[in-house]
Write a protein that binds this ligand. Structure first.
Ligand code: ZN
Length: 395
């Protein structure tokens, strides 16, 4: 069987290209037993010609006696067929290099994007083969509470990773971090619920900050909030000043952010309760996942504010001596009546409990008594906290 390195004559490649043109793509691929190339093509007279099958055909021309190579016998990428073709003087390109997506380009889903530009099928941000540009995908039906893309102002894009503190060195986040440190603009794709992915705008990854969030397991954690600034083009001369300065911005470390209240302005209990009421009234279908997330987050945060760092149970025998990793009191926010039992995701049905009281409430012998007491406690604390704020803000 011939090997890749046995392909040494550019005339053999030219012969294979001629055969491709004579037979047509379908018959040519059938003849050599290859599928359509996804990533790399020979650019020949303005046409894209599948690179890997041409290499197999060229080897068969140069070494007619040798057994033909099939798709699984050699690699087609940069280190394989592409390298050999380039060394013989041929121009090998990707679809994104020849015809990159323009603003407004639409694709039904990620599979359609992949069919158009190649690359691996993977979740999160991706690079198309042959490009340094990162493509950021924001899906209104997805698990993240991404802000609506803005064409004029900096907006947030949540990091990748659904459980536990997010990590900058996680593969998908590393891609975005590279875009931030290099200053290379990224394509921002957005898909409204039930719609298509649209290349909305170019963005510069200006900064990243750590924010408190809730993982898909319901646990509090730190999330990366990438700050994206829309720019009119890939030309830095056309960028607004802050985007040009982006590369000099040093992001806060998680240590600096953990426990620091000024990261996002601290809402009061009353404000969070009002926000919950607003969210209840909002029924636009395309923001359902975002609303569910915000509701969960606002409710938990409100209860933690209401508790003032102390277990809300009247039976409490004392808080743990240690603080948590964010330097905050160790408190569990518990639903008095579980969501699965029809309990509401609202501070009136939630209490902050120390681990001991939480265990007693959920696993102890007096579950009914706990439930009754905690309902009364939550109601009283709710009335008290809301009153404080109403008086203060009624001016
Ligand atoms: Zn307690």
């Amino acid at each position: 069987m011939a090997r890749l390195s046995d392909l040494t004559e550019s005339t053999a490649v030219e012969g294979a290209i001629s055969e491709f043109r004579r037979l047509g793509r379908g018959d040519f691929l059938d003849r050599y037993g290859f599928g359509e190339s996804r990533d790399y093509f020979i650019l020949d007279g303005g046409d894209l010609i599948d690179s890997k099958p041409v290499v197999a055909a060229a080897l068969a021309l140069q070494h007619p006696a040798a057994q033909r190579l099939g798709p699984d016998d050699f690699t087609g990428g940069i280190s394989g067929a592409v390298r050999v073709l380039r060394s013989l003087g041929f121009t090998v390109v990707t679809r994104a290099q020849v015809k990159p997506p323009l603003r407004g380009a639409r694709y039904r889903d990620r599979a359609a994007v992949r069919a158009a530009f190649g690359g691996d099928m993977m979740a999160g941000p991706i690079r198309f083969p042959g490009e340094d540009i990162v493509n950021l995908f924001s899906d209104a039906s997805g698990p993240y509470a991404d802000e609506s893309p803005s064409l004029t102002e900096t907006f947030g894009y949540r990091g990748q990773g659904q459980v536990g503190d997010q990590r900058v060195d996680y593969r998908a986040n590393r891609l975005i971090e590279e875009a931030r440190t290099s200053g290379t603009p990224a394509r921002f794709w957005h898909r409204p619920k039930g719609g298509e992915f649209t290349f909305e705008c170019w963005v510069v990854v200006e900064n990243r900050v750590w924010v408190e969030g809730v993982g898909t397991d319901g646990q509090e954690r730190l999330e990366i909030d990438w700050r994206l600034t829309p720019v009119p083009s890939t030309d830095p001369q056309e960028w607004p000043e802050p985007a040009r300065l982006a590369r000099t911005v040093t992001p806060l470390t998680r240590e600096e952010v953990a426990g620091a209240a000024e990261v996002s302005p601290s809402p009061t209990y009353g404000e969070l309760v009002r926000r919950l009421a607003d969210l209840e009234r909002t029924t636009e279908p395309q923001t359902v996942s975002r609303i569910a997330y915000q509701r969960q987050y606002a409710a938990r945060r409100a209860v933690l504010i209401r508790s003032a760092g102390q277990c809300e149970s009247e039976r409490c025998t004392g808080m743990p001596a240690e603080l948590n990793r964010k330097g905050m009191p160790i408190l569990d926010v518990d639903h008095i009546v579980e969501l699965s039992q029809g309990g509401a995701d609202h501070p009136l049905n939630m209490v902050a409990l120390c681990p001991n009281c939480h265990a007693a409430k959920t696993r102890g012998q007096h579950a009914k008594r706990w439930e009754k007491e905690l309902r009364r406690i939550a109601q009283a604390a709710h009335d008290r906290s809301r009153l404080d704020v109403t008086e203060g803000s009624a001016v």
